[in-house]
Design a protein around this ligand. Sequence first.
Ligand SMILES: Nc1ncnc2c1ncn2[C@@H]1O[C@H](COP(=O)(O)OP(=O)(O)O)[C@@H](O)[C@H]1O
Ligand SMILES: O=c1ccn([C@@H]2O[C@H](COP(=O)(O)O)[C@@H](O)[C@H]2O)c(=O)[nH]1
Length: 681
Amino acid sequence: MASKASVGTALHGSQSPGGGTKPTTQTKNVVLTEAGRAPWYDANGRPLDAYIVGVAGGSASGKTSVAKAILRSLPNVPWVAIVSQDSFYKTLTREQSKMAFENNYDFDHPNAFDYDIFHQCVSDLKQSRAVEIPVYSFVEHQRTADKTYLYGAVVVIVEGIFVLHNPALRSLLDLKIFVQADSDLMLARRIRRDIVERGRDVAGILDQYLRFVKPSMDNFVSQTSKFADIIVPGQNNDVAIDVISQQIKNQLESRAMKLRHELSRTPATPRRELLVSPLAAPGGSLSMSRAGSRAGETLGALRRPDLERWTSYSSNSSSSSSGAGPAMLALAEASQDAAHPLEEELPSSVCVLPQTPQLRGLLTIMHDLTVTGADFIFTVDRLSTLVMEAAMAFLPYKDKEITLKGGRKHMGTEMDVQHICSVSILRSGSVLEASARRAIPALARGSVLIQSSDDDGEPKLYNVSLPSFVRNRQRAANTWAIILDSQIGTGAAALMAIRVLLDHGVQEHHIVFCCLLVSAKGGVHALHRAFPKVHVVTAGVDAELKRRRVRVDDGNAVAWRGGSEASTIGTIGGQGRARRGGKGRGFSSSGISDDDEEEDDGHPDDSLEHDDGRYEQAGRITRLNGPGKSEGAARRRTRICFAIEPGAGNIGDRYYGTKVRPRVMSTQISPQVSRKDLNVK
Ligand SMILES: Nc1ncnc2c1ncn2[C@@H]1O[C@H](COP(=O)(O)OP(=O)(O)O)[C@@H](O)[C@H]1O
Ligand SMILES: O=c1ccn([C@@H]2O[C@H](COP(=O)(O)O)[C@@H](O)[C@H]2O)c(=O)[nH]1
């Protein structure tokens, strides 16, 4: 069966082995990705609109060709999607289908389209939500049973004969284009195309053209040209395409977000390092002797405010019972013995495991860079298990009656979730995966690949892989998701992963974020501000989030070399710009100058930068641009990173045995279409 709208493959009309032509699959709905997607939401987690371009015009005027030409002209824009109006033809009755095969059905009347689902789909895409687009077969004159999953487009080009006809749809368009071509040219193109791609014969094509296509063009389609911002000729239109692509680039530039640094600037909290972590003692020494020695030193535990929050959310959910309440209450009661100094330091959505001597011991091993790889892995696995077990308390439970020995009935509880999955932030989130599956054997697995950009330090989304029930909006609403990452620093990657799930329809209070370490002065505050209903469960808390200068080695930040215990959370500063020695876009609002990002200022690679501009290396403190700066220092490739202090290093790299971050040059989100597939030159 040939289907023009089957996204994911982009085949073109071909010669059959016998030399004749045969209808082939022709893709109109395509998405092209060549780079990671920068943040598409503000610091409060609210999504920004995707840019929607509408391309209308007569049949075979060249709408699809113009859409593809625009796509080709945006090589540096990640995730450009073309959505065809054809996908939204109404489903035909048996009678209508018979008429269609006899060329008696009017596919060129505005009523032939289902504008409700068309509008809903474009509206969802504009709001950066995941959608499932119907697939239409021109050969069958019918929607197929398939749907195309589409998520993450920065620019969406919507093309079709009536794209400018419907006022509600028109209001979603940021740029309205009408493709104008002579009617004889359109007819000639249509005859050739319908024979090659849609399995028609000349007589049928002409009959349909005279009865439906031409009248529709004259009565409806051409009338909509008055709504267009730009009229593009159906041929020789290179200049028009250039103008359009420049307009789109300008618009995208004006919407670009700079989040990483904003997130690293957490609200000022009282400096209480002595109380924050036994590992954050003055001088940075790891002091296990203090573990559990004073109740006041106990880090925050699963706390009553979290419980109340959970209970109020779960009571809104029809599928949940209060079964989890008592379990949570028991955990909370057990940790009520001490005042928790981090009540003030951490937002209420963050649950820190009770800091027992045993847990502190495990955290000490995790922080110790001298332990063997095997010990490190063993310890991380144990910590992951403890975190996962605590996270289970945030899932809903319901009553379950069981039969005991002797036939007596007993009322117990069982987990009450329709769908549940883990979503690892690759790759360090994978370290918690085995523990997650041990706790919940039925857990479906998903992942998001997020990396910091070498250019501007912003997190970039490269790939999304989610279970099928999350890709379907209705089922996503009943899904519980456990996001896994080894640590939260600035919160940039965490924010992005949560936004991905919300974009798919997962409810905020159904998300539990599990990690081994958070920074008390890091992104958990930003995370809480943006998504207060997401619970964060962590084994430990380190005191600070520090900016650290690191040497760049072949595109990878050398984040914890030479015994440095810093853990790179994100980077600012461009390797590319550093190499060129050029002045890239500065971070003026953040107070980081271009110099900070690009040039060697005479400070050691792994020195710490304090908020007041001082640098610290092995206890020696110098001032930025002060006496320590060597004027003639050769430029080296360095970059500012954010690191948790004291920090456990890059947990993912230590666990998997390499300090080199996975490099992603080009990756695609489903459906996967490359420029080559598209025949894009
Ligand atoms: N500028 C052009 N020059 C030559 N042929 C073109 C041009 N634009 C479109 N075509 C051809 O016309 C046919 C219809 O074009 P298409 O872009 O699919 O139109 P529409 O989407 O408006 O129906 C295709 O076979 C295509 O190759
Ligand atoms: O089953 C169908 C559905 C539609 N058509 C014709 O397609 C064009 C619209 O597609 P373009 O790519 O914009 O040309 C419309 O004129 C319908 O007549 C069809 O023949 N069979």
